[in-house]
Write a new protein. Structure first.
Length: 310
């Protein structure tokens, strides 16, 4: 049995289909990222998995429970980090963690959690004095103090500076090392690529791609983009046959190919034979963000007009 099993999940509001037939699973100990544009149905899906929203149809099992009926026994085994969590700002992080910790049968030591999320220097400061990034770390701490088997992270590093983001990434990797299962939503593609074992891309309530970050996009991720600038006075018509189409990109030229070595050999051989140099020569593979943008654009263009997003 997987930690999360979702089959043909649907959530409708009259004719409006917020979630429209999602199916995926998350293995125990896996970090799974659910990606999609705003309004894609990610939050609705996660709220159903958490037990906070009732589904219209489909099968959902999380840690062996139906979240819709699992009740307290189910909620004691999960941790939830919302995008925005409201806490009393007159408490300190240490006081809040002690309060939340008492609600769970399985508990982590408060000081250990404070150290884990990097709040040791602010453990006894009022919440109202914390920065945005520090408050986000407190949210993470509150989600962890009950020693959950499965942690839901909704945009975990929103508002973090680059240093704080890296520390949060280290925290998620530590959770993986402890055997925790993590389902996260994020708009940062580098975050998903760095953290997730697998990702699912949702557009208008439908799953349009599923796999490891390296697999998403299929053949598109095996291609490379070669960019170069021609020497002054040289026309593009003077280039050798590269076997692929050229496209203008500002003052540069680009080719996209699954055979970058072959194309580079022709370009470099041509430039050497003329005694010239190709400035700005770069070779790049498409990032997860490039593939993601292409996927959602293709998916959105193929959707029927009657399909809504939420």
């Amino acid at each position: 049995m997987h930690a999360i099993e979702v089959e043909d999940l649907r959530k409708h509001y009259g004719e409006f289909r917020a979630v429209d037939g999602l199916s995926f699973h998350v293995a125990h100990g896996e970090v799974f990222a659910l990606l999609g544009p705003n309004g894609a149905g990610k939050t609705t899906t996660v709220e159903i998995l958490e037990g906070h929203r009732r589904r219209t149809a489909g099968r959902v099992q999380v840690l062996g429970y139906d979240p819709q009926t699992g009740g307290r026994e189910y909620r004691e085994r999960i941790g939830i980090v919302l995008q925005e969590a409201g806490v009393d700002e007159d408490f300190t992080p240490r006081e809040l963690l002690r309060l939340y910790r008492g609600m769970y049968p399985r508990q982590l030591p408060v000081d250990d959690v404070i150290e884990l999320v990097g709040l040791a220097e602010k453990a006894d400061a009022k919440v109202k004095t914390l920065s945005g990034g520090q408050r986000r770390r407190l949210d993470l701490a509150l989600g962890l103090v009950g020693d959950p088997e499965l942690l839901f992270l909704d945009e975990p590093t929103t508002g973090f500076d680059p240093s704080a983001r890296r520390r949060a990434w280290d925290l998620v990797e530590n959770l993986r090392g402890l055997g925790k299962t993590v389902l996260l939503t994020t708009h940062y593609m580098d975050e998903a690529e760095h953290l997730a074992d697998r990702v699912g891309v949702v557009v208008a309530g439908r799953l349009v791609a599923l796999g490891t970050p390296a697999e998403i996009g299929g053949e598109a991720r095996t291609s490379s983009t070669i960019t170069f600038r021609l020497p002054a006075g040289v026309a593009v018509s003077e280039l050798p046959d590269l076997g692929v189409a050229l496209r203008a990109q500002g003052g540069d030229w680009q080719v996209r190919t699954a055979r970058p070595t072959e194309v580079l050999e022709r370009l470099i051989g041509w430039s050497h034979s003329r005694g010239t140099a190709l400035s700005g020569l770069t070779v790049e593979r498409p990032s997860l963000e490039d593939i993601y943008l292409e996927l959602i654009e293709q998916a959105a263009a193929s959707l029927p007009e009657t399909t809504g997003v939420s």
